[in-house]
Design a protein around this ligand. Structure first.
Ligand code: SF4
Length: 532
């Protein structure tokens, strides 16, 4: 009997139950399953909360591969205890963003930790028969493993070349069926990996490192931008993407379209083209380390979107393709026109983080607050409803930066932003701000920012009253007995309606009440004609 591997999706589980993005399915666990499928290893994906509830599921598997983020350590700890409690044998592999600091996983005593980009490392473990016999892990790059209570970390593995990434590694599509309510979920399909922002913070880091103004960050030479004499991680100080995944690598249009086709044929209705910066898609030459120049590759974007639009489910509008992250400094009229001409009715998610130009510079962010206001104005002019991201509790935050952020929030709202997304600062391993204190919800300045974002978002929800939104039923409401949560098929708010509808049912909802800045209530109406 070949080994049976359980792929555990612990992403955003936190202490064991996802509170946000409950209708999202990331591409990490499917990527892991893709490596096992490539080597004919039987695998199934389960969300960690499902496994913590139904322990009997564990019996069906011999080994486990866990995909998690730093915030999910509590849930992963519970799971490992359960897994160990159910057997004496069976390998435990842990990977994903949680592996950025392997020492944090010491207490879990896993068999191996796959650090950073995982496909090639996992493949080497598989070909070395890691599930069947002893393997000398010190020979394998990109892993960490426990020895005598210590964690040994081997040399980092080179990032996979973009050509190999497309030719040799495919995220599993078949395993999408392992997810409950996948028909109603946003399923992420990777388009690019890595980020082009090779600016860096100039704030002093806890270990004394600080920018010495060597000007490499402003060099016209893309390779020079990769080199910081002070060894400050590249990119926005709060983010570990460029430090972990390097400059952007794009997958080929063929591979992306094939993956989307297979997922749609399995009943997925909502696809999100996953990328830290979609407008980096096939932009410029590698290594791409300038976040704002050259401009987006409109031809490549047009080709990709036209191929996706030709897929039957997209053409007959029973499926929707969305794009999320876009850098404001690349979001021009030509980009907006290209998206609209390609019938891409998806709205850009634009990161701003702070309305203070000074703080923006200090944290290493590219572009300017004005770039964001302009991008929102353009997007709105072309009928899109952009989201703008802010972070409270960021290093350098003070009364002045908060005042400027509130001012810009109002400006982007007036310019047409659909929603202000507010996150609390979290020190991520592998980022420049890894050792800065985490934000507190009790902090007065943070409260001011959240209050303003909430006020704007609630106001925006009012514009949905009396409208009919096309949506897809996902799961029973936790808060309202006998109600069903409904996600918008295209754009729009999360909805809740009376009645029980099975996951994946397409519905038209007449919006009757704003319940919060993120949720509206409504009635299901038979009328096929909808306002959006
Ligand atoms: S490369 Fe480093 S030292 Fe040079 S300008 Fe950038 S952050 Fe400063």
């Amino acid at each position: 009997m070949t080994d049976r591997v359980l792929v555990v999706d612990a992403l955003s589980a936190g202490s064991g139950q996802r509170r946000s993005s409950r209708d999202s399915i990331g591409c990490g666990p499917r990527t892991v399953a893709g490596v096992f499928e490539k080597h004919d290893i039987h695998c199934r994906i389960h969300r960690i909360e499902e496994l913590l509830e139904k322990r009997s599921l564990l019996k069906k598997f011999d080994h486990v591969a866990i995909s998690a983020m730093t915030m999910d350590l509590p849930a992963v700890t519970k799971f490992v205890k359960l897994w160990r409690g159910s057997r004496t044998q069976g390998r435990i592999i842990i990977g994903g963003p949680i592996s950025a600091n392997p020492l944090d996983l010491k207490e879990l005593n896993p068999d191996v930790i796959v650090i950073g980009e995982g496909e090639a490392t996992l493949e080497e473990l598989v070909t070395e028969k890691f599930f069947e016999k002893y393997v000398e892990l010190s020979e394998i790059r990109g892993v960490a493993y426990p020895v005598a209570g210590q964690i040994i970390v081997t040399k980092p593995r080179d990032l996979i070349h973009s050509k190999i990434l497309s030719e040799s590694y495919r995220a599993s599509t078949t395993r999408i069926i392992d997810y409950n309510a996948y028909q109603a979920s946003k399923v992420y399909v990777e388009v690019t990996r890595g980020c082009s922002n090779y600016r860096r913070t100039n704030l002093r880091l806890d270990d004394g490192r600080q920018c010495s103004d060597c000007s490499n960050c402003d060099s016209d030479d893309s390779k020079v931008r990769m080199d910081c004499p002070e060894d400050i991680p590249p990119g926005c100080g709060f983010c570990s993407v460029p430090g972990t995944w390097g400059p952007p690598r794009s997958r080929t249009i063929e591979v992306i379209v094939e993956e989307v086709r297979e997922l749609l044929d399995l009943g997925v209705h909502r696809i999100v083209l996953e990328s830290p910066g979609f407008l980096d898609f096939m932009r410029g030459r590698e290594p791409l380390t300038n976040p704002c120049h050259p401009p987006a590759n409109l031809e490549a974007i047009r080709n990709l979107l036209n191929r996706l639009n030709a897929l039957p489910q997209v053409a007959n509008k029973t499926a929707h393709i969305a794009i999320e992250n876009m850098k404001a400094c690349l979001f021009s009229e030509d980009v907006a026109k290209t998206l609209v001409d390609s019938m891409m009715s998806s709205s850009p998610n634009i990161g701003l983080e702070t309305g203070s130009e000074k703080q923006l510079r200090n944290i290493g962010k590219c572009g300017s607050p004005e770039d964001v206001v302009e991008a929102v104005r353009i997007a709105s002019q072309y009928g899109m409803n952009p989201f703008v991201y802010f972070i409270y509790g960021l290093p350098g935050e003070d009364e002045e930066t908060v005042r400027e952020s509130i001012e810009i929030m109002r400006e982007v709202s007036k310019a047409g932003a659909e929603r202000i997304i507010m996150y609390g600062f979290r020190p991520l391993p592998g980022s420049a701000f890894a050792n800065y204190p985490e934000s507190s919800t009790k902090d007065e300045l943070g409260m001011q920012l959240r209050k303003e974002a909430d006020r704007i978002n609630r106001e925006k929800k009012d514009s949905y009253l009396g409208k009919i939104i096309r949506g897809i039923a996902s799961e029973p409401s936790w808060a309202r007995h006998g109600y069903t949560m409904v996600s918008p098929l295209e754009e729009g708010p999360l909805m809740t309606v009376p009645g029980g509808y099975s996951p994946g049912t397409l519905l038209n909802v007449l919006i009757s009440e704003v319940l919060s800045s993120g949720l509206v209530a409504g009635e299901v109406v038979q009328d096929e004609k909808s306002n959006r």
